[in-house]
Design a protein around this ligand. Structure first.
Ligand code: SDX
Length: 422
């Protein structure tokens, strides 16, 4: 059987046969047969917006691979900074390449003093740190005017390094501002994740010493959150990037998309949901409210995974190691009960709703002492790597400007009516 499809326009009897290539069918081909007719696909449920070689998902089998490497192996054996290199450049770095990469990132962690003193500290005292982060990333575009040189390879690489390196600094600065603590400068003697913890938690001690179990757990969480193919925020990155905006403006748009409770804001909502449920005994009643449509089981469901999110499995294991150090998060029992009941209930099984990456990650963040508002920020730090990898890929592919069509359902042509006659 040929690997093709045939579309027939029954109004004219005309047909076109189109090859199926890499599980894709070219829209340019069928639009020749159907000028002015658009495939209606709100939410892009069945639309491939690009070709990409970065991340592979199989939602049915619960498979996630970065550049072909299974997420389970990377979480077990790699580090976030090495995974960042892999996502951006397509191969695991040699020792020499990694040392150079680590040095580049380490020495770009500082932010311009005006960003902190005049910008971040200008926010209202109770500003949400994710709102501060989105704004600060956009503001960086005004500090690095060379960033508009997106086809200058050296400039592009410099902005990529700056963004990855400065995200933890901006994130920690937003937190320190929101709790009234003094800003902590990056400590270049620490690794990427320990330096972030130092900027978050250092008080009066001369040098912050991260608990190695917690630092490793956070590094694993960063690996798991680094990329996820064409999710909502990465799509935002690609759409804005396709206009050839600078990478700071595109990254700010992606971070804004991640802020939404349906996407990266879900981890914060999961904890609020667990706190609202309050006790294991209240779980059955909450499940009934979800089934009645008056509540949503945050941290469950996924556009692609119709089985258990492979990241959630790893996070659940990591939680046990963290709780050994921090003590068990009391909300864990409620989460476990929710999962136990939901995975036996027809409502969730028929809709193929399983725990996703956000269901357990918040329990770890909370046990580590991160305030709820910091949870989407903790998602944005690693996902910046994925956004930039896709941004770089779309530029290398010389992608077209993103400009979808629509199905118009508004009024037909009509004449203006003067105010006196309305
Ligand atoms: C992330 O895309 C990515 O890769 C995202 C991400 C990444 O790494 O970038 O994986 C990160 O965003 C994970 C998802 C985090 N969001 C949440 O946990 C919020 C709760 N989940 C949902 O709102 C929902 O599941 C979505 C938004 C994640 C996916 O929704 P879809 O694919 O648009 O599916 P849908 O809303 O059409 O739901 C299908 C059915 C509906 O029921 P019916 O109308 O058929 O009766 O399932 C129901 C929905 O009501 N449903 C849920 C539910 N999620 C879907 N019902 C209760 N609780 C839920 N969580």
């Amino acid at each position: 059987m040929p690997e093709t499809i045939t579309i027939t326009d029954n109004r004219t009897g005309d047909s076109i046969e189109i090859p199926i290539v890499n599980n894709g069918v070219s829209a340019a081909e069928w639009s020749k047969l159907l000028p002015g007719i658009w495939f209606f696909d709100p939410g892009f449920m069945a639309t491939a917006a690009c070709e990409s070689a970065i991340t592979y998902l199989d939602g049915e089998a619960g498979i996630l691979r970065y550049r072909g490497y299974p997420i389970e192996q990377l979480a077990e054996q790699s580090t976030f900074l090495e995974v960042a290199y892999l996502l951006l450049y397509g191969e695991l770095p040699t020792k020499e390449q990694f040392e150079h990469w680590k040095r580049e990132i380490t020495y770009h962690t500082f932010i311009h003093e005006n960003v902190r003193k005049r910008f971040l500290e200008g926010f209202h005292y109770d500003a949400h740190p994710m709102g501060m982060l989105v704004s600060a990333v956009a503001a960086l575009s005004t500090f690095y005017l060379d960033a508009k040189g997106i086809f200058d390879h050296e400039s592009r690489q410099k902005q990529i390094i700056r963004l990855i390196a400065k995200m933890p600094t901006l994130a920690a600065a937003a937190h320190r501002f929101s709790v009234g603590m003094p800003f902590v400068y990056p400590d270049n003697s620490l690794d990427f994740t320990s330096n972030f913890l130092s900027m978050m938690w250092k008080v009066a001690e001369p040098r912050f010493e991260a608990n190695p179990v917690l630092a490793r757990a956070l590094d694993i969480l960063f690996i798991l959150h680094a990329d996820h193919e064409q999710n909502c925020s990465t799509t935002a990155m690609r759409v804005v990037g396709s206009s050839h905006a600078d990478p700071y403006s595109a990254t700010a748009a992606a971070a804004a998309a991640l802020y939404g409770p349906r996407h990266g804001g879900a981890n914060e909502q999961v904890i609020k949901m667990l706190m609202e449920i309050g006790h294991v005994d209240n779980v059955p009643a909450f499940i009934e409210e979800v089934k009645a449509g008056s509540e949503r089981l945050m941290g469950f469901g996924h556009r692609v995974y119709k089985s258990y999110d492979p990241r959630a499995k790893i996070i659940k294991r990591t939680a046990d190691e963290v709780f050994e150090v921090t003590g068990k998060n009391p909300l864990l029992d409620i989460a476990l009960k929710l999962e136990e009941i939901a995975l036996q209930d027809e409502y969730f099984l028929s809709r193929r709703l399983y725990p996703n990456v956000d269901f357990y990650s918040g329990l770890i963040y909370q046990a580590m002492g991160f305030p709820l508002e910091m949870f989407p920020v903790l998602f944005a730090i690693p996902r910046t790597v994925g956004w930039l990898a896709h941004w770089q890929e779309l530029l290398d592919q010389d992608s077209k400007l993103a400009r979808p069509r629509q199905v118009y359902i508004g009024p037909d042509a009509r004449d203006y009516v003067p105010m006196s006659q309305r």
